[in-house]
Design a binder for this molecule. Structure first.
Ligand code: PLP
Length: 223
């Protein structure tokens, strides 16, 4: 069980080193520990070691395991990092503190309605399909700036930042640089980019949060 706490401490050390290497202030980068597919017994040592922000990619899976952990550790924050169906928007607004996967207008509208109804305001990110890959979710790069503006103007949503997952078999730097440029153009501050294989590169390109799963928790059986 101490294995996941060790993985967590190693990753936070690597984040601090990458911040220093990029001449960014210590603590500039937030770690979202991606706990999808892992059970409470694997997650708990990481919370006990000090981590408070966790990422999940499925609403239903998160509903199954997090309410009990949140009762035990009330200051835990949850980020939804996977695709959202509009019929799950209410559940997502109720459970998550951030929703990083806004990828179409219908979801923006559904979230706006639920946030109004529930009086809860999770932090919101627009997901950009930065490599324009047909199998991936996200707004095409060329439409991202206008989409953020529509989220604000049409749906009244405060968009905090942009999120992306670069293509697996390419060097990620140019994709991270493009996401940073789009964020500047859209007038948003936050950049959620970088996973186990590339978070140090993402930090060099300005990531404000990194989403790291397997480097902390080990390999996943599925998901
Ligand atoms: C699973 C997942 C991650 C974490 O991936 P690792 O390679 O295990 O670090 C990050 N972001 C998203 C959107 C994911 O689905």
């Amino acid at each position: 069980m101490s294995g996941t706490a060790d993985g967590y401490l190693e990753v936070t050390g690597r984040i601090r080193a990458a911040e220093a290497e990029a001449e960014r202030p210590a603590g500039a980068v937030t770690l979202v520990a991606v706990s999808k597919t892992h059970g409470p017994e694997t997650i708990r040592p990481v919370i006990e070691a000090g981590q408070r922000i966790f990422g999940e990619n499925r609403v239903q899976e998160a509903q199954g395991k997090w309410p009990a952990l949140k009762a035990e550790f009330p200051d835990v924050e949850l980020h939804l990092i996977g695709p959202l169906q509009s019929n799950k928007a209410g559940d997502a607004v109720a459970l998550f503190d951030a929703i990083e996967s806004i990828d179409r207008e219908k979801i923006a509208a559904a979230l706006a309605a639920e946030m109004e109804k529930q009086g809860r305001r999770p932090k919101l990110f627009v997901q950009v399909n930065i490599g324009e890959e047909p199998q991936k979710a996200g707004i095409p790069p060329l439409e991202a700036v206008a989409f953020v503006a529509r989220c604000r103007e049409v749906h009244g949503l405060a968009i905090a930042g942009l999120m992306c997952i670069p293509p697996v078999d390419a060097s990620p730097g140019p994709y991270f640089a493009l996401l940073a440029k789009l964020a500047r153009e859209a007038g948003v501050e936050e950049l959620s980019m970088g996973m186990s294989s590339d978070f140090e590169t993402a930090i060099a390109f300005g990531a404000t949060s990194v989403r790291v799963g397997s480097a902390i928790f080990g390999a996943r059986d599925y998901g």
